[in-house]
Write a protein that binds this ligand. Structure first.
Ligand code: ZN
Length: 285
């Protein structure tokens, strides 16, 4: 149930493993997150590379943590037909891994301009084609795809999908009958500036397309566009207001902490980071 604060609600919260800087073996990460009281985890593919996923699934079950999301797609935009085919193949494999882990969704970061290109419209077309081609595979494996729009500062190199409105337009174009397997992940860091955010959250909720809510904070000043995200409460985003509007739109999934912080949180003890996440979620979100 939605609640005004997250006091005693950590079982509804998730830790995205990037928050701990990918420094520990996965078993240890699981143990620490479960021990800190969280109910969910969002692992990255790189954390699980070379592992037997059946064994990983057993470890997950033993830890009691649910996988609310699997991170993340490789970029769909490519400058050649072969490159595009390779990206699709890699993403199909990742969708199968997500199914093996019983992840509640697979997060898609779609890619920016293809190498050497200045054609943003073509990149967006390629993204739409690619997601259309992956959708059937995702349906067969019962893995919902969560399109994650990224802040427009990443349009060139990470995501030509830059707003919630754009992501929802794409969902509607590819699934015109309503939600089946394609939705969105709303990340505070990427979306907080958007003047249409409230209306687009309501739109996403009315279609039951909200598959994830990612929290971190926007620091002033931000020293690195990628790796200087703030801990909740240290920046300027109204995180509690955002969570309330997403939950008012019907979202009941995990509330995920995703902080990339090379020079601050990734330098601290993982246990301290998790303790701080738990405190800040309850105080500020
Ligand atoms: Zn995110």
């Amino acid at each position: 149930m939605p609640s005004s604060t997250l006091q005693h609600q950590l079982h509804r919260c998730s830790i995205n493993t990037a928050t701990l800087g990918h420094r520990l073996p996965f078993e240890q990460t699981l143990e620490l997150i479960a021990h800190a009281g969280f109910g969910h985890i969002a692992p990255w593919r790189r954390d699980l590379q070379g592992r037997d996923l059946k064994q990983t699934r057993r470890q997950l079950r033993d830890s009691g943590l649910q996988v609310n999301a699997y991170c993340r797609s490789s970029y769909l935009t490519a400058s050649s037909r072969e490159g595009f085919a390779a990206a699709l193949a890699d993403n199909r494999k990742a969708i199968e891994e997500a199914a093996e882990l019983q992840a509640e969704c697979f997060v898609m970061v779609v890619g920016g301009l293809a190498e050497g290109s200045r054609d943003l419209a073509a990149a967006r077309g390629q993204v739409s084609d690619g997601i259309g081609l992956l959708l059937e595979h995702a349906r067969q494996h019962a893995v919902p795809l969560a399109l994650e729009p990224l802040h427009p500062m990443y349009a060139a190199d990470r995501s030509c999908l830059s707003s919630l409105e754009q992501a929802l337009d794409l969902c509607e174009a590819l699934e015109p009958q309503g939600f089946h397997n394609l939705g969105v992940a709303i990340d505070a860091y990427h979306c907080w500036w958007d003047p249409k955010l409230a209306e687009q959250i309501a739109r996403a909720g009315s279609q039951r397309r909200i598959l994830g809510l990612h929290l971190s904070d926007w620091l002033v000043p931000t020293c690195d566009l990628l790796l200087d995200r703030g801990m909740m409460g240290d920046g300027v985003i109204d995180l509690r207001g955002l969570r309330h509007s997403v939950e008012a739109a019907g979202y009941r999934g995990a509330i995920e902490v995703e902080i990339f912080s090379r020079d601050n949180w990734w330098q601290r003890e993982p246990g301290e980071v998790l303790k701080t996440c738990a405190q800040r979620l309850q105080q500020h979100c």
